[in-house]
Design a protein around this ligand. Structure first.
Ligand code: NAD
Length: 326
């Protein structure tokens, strides 16, 4: 009897260890935030054989997700009950902190051994606040923000950049692979957010710089296509000149060629630049270009174009040039 109970306790230890650190058992996923990004990401998990229970306060989001095989839950607690993994992609610092640390939040209800993956773009201090509370409750937590936009979410080609314990990242990889094409381990908790904010600040700066130069060259009389071809075959080329040119009609797949709709909203660019500015301020790292970019994209927003793709900034500069050169 005694021998059997020792065996049983060894068995329990092995199964708990497996549950905590192996991906084999990770089939039941709770998904929080079924918006533009999360709706597609959850759908891809369901398509690839995961059992997904989703929560979103928006009834429309829940109804759309149901069509893609996601079972709706009435609360965070109901979604995470019995889950192996929780994935979230939510709009802001406050929403993420409330969703994880609130009295009806994830950590209060997640079973021991659950792995929590937050893919929202937030201040690196947010995951740093959540991580110790999760560890205290014996649940794993990583920050894993994404790049690739709504199309990347739809086509499962997102790049994930993660921070946290390496074993938690390793465990997350099968899920991240079901939702994206690239997975980067960036370091300790919050490191994924640091990488994401560096990327988006640079994207904002190069986008603004491309708009500025294209506008100047066109106003000087250059053929827009010729100018773009020169840039793309010279030292100034970037993602912005190659695939995301802000001048309408030059790259058919760029948001600028479809009235700046359906890309990365200007208001999200402002959000990310503000997060990057806060991060830079905290360590007194000079970001003069990031600061200018923040101001310019804010002006676009205050003029009522926050819902347009961030490359709309070209139109702002063009308007100014048009006024000065009637
Ligand atoms: P979205 O507004 O379309 O979706 C957010 C969803 O979260 C909404 O459906 C909302 O109802 C839901 N929500 C709000 N509070 C909630 C809660 N407590 N529990 C569960 N759900 C809740 O936004 P999105 O474009 O999907 O972006 C989400 C996150 O992804 C943001 O942090 C954004 O910065 C980041 N991101 C977006 C893009 C993009 O191109 N849209 C790209 C990369 C990263």
């Amino acid at each position: 009897m005694a021998a059997r109970s020792i065996l049983n306790s060894q068995y329990l230890f092995v199964t708990f260890t497996k549950r905590a650190y192996s991906s084999k058992a990770d089939k039941n996923v709770a998904f929080l935030g079924l918006g533009n990004m999360g709706g597609y990401m959850a759908a891809n998990l369901a398509k690839k054989g995961f059992t997904v229970r989703g929560y979103d306060p928006s009834k429309e989001a829940l109804a759309a997700a149901a069509k893609n095989g996601i079972t709706g839950a009435s609360s965070i607690a109901a979604a995470v009950e019995g889950a192996d993994v929780v994935v979230s992609i939510l709009p802001s610092n406050k929403v993420v902190l409330d969703a994880y640390l609130g009295k009806d939040g994830v950590i209060a209800h997640a079973p021991k051994g659950t792995l929590l993956i937050d893919s929202s773009t937030v201040d690196p201090n947010v995951p740093k606040q959540i991580h110790p509370v999760a560890t205290e409750k014996s649940v794993g937590f990583i920050d894993a923000p994404v790049s690739g936009g709504v199309m990347g979410a739809q086509n499962a080609t997102l790049a994930f950049m993660a921070g946290g314990r390496k074993e938690d990242f390793d465990r997350s990889v099968p899920l991240l692979k079901a939702m994206g094409a690239k997975q980067f381990f960036c370091g300790e908790i919050g490191a994924g957010q640091v990488a994401k904010l560096c990327n988006n600040m640079l994207m904002g700066i190069t986008g603004m710089a491309t708009a500025e130069c294209m506008n100047m060259g066109i106003k000087m009389g250059l053929d827009p296509q010729v100018l773009l071809d020169v840039l793309n075959n010279s030292s100034a080329r970037s993602w912005s000149t190659e695939v995301y040119c802000p001048v309408p009609g030059l790259i058919p797949t760029a948001p600028s060629s479809r009235n700046y709709d359906g890309g990365f909203k200007n208001e999200l660019m402002v959000k990310d630049l503000e997060l990057a500015s806060g991060m830079a301020l905290g360590i007194r790292s000079p970001i003069p270009l990031g600061a200018v970019a923040t101001q310019l994209y804010r002006i676009v927003q205050s003029r009522g174009y926050g819902q347009k793709d961030f490359s709309f900034i070209f139109q702002l500069l063009k308007d100014e040039a048009d006024k000065n050169n009637p």
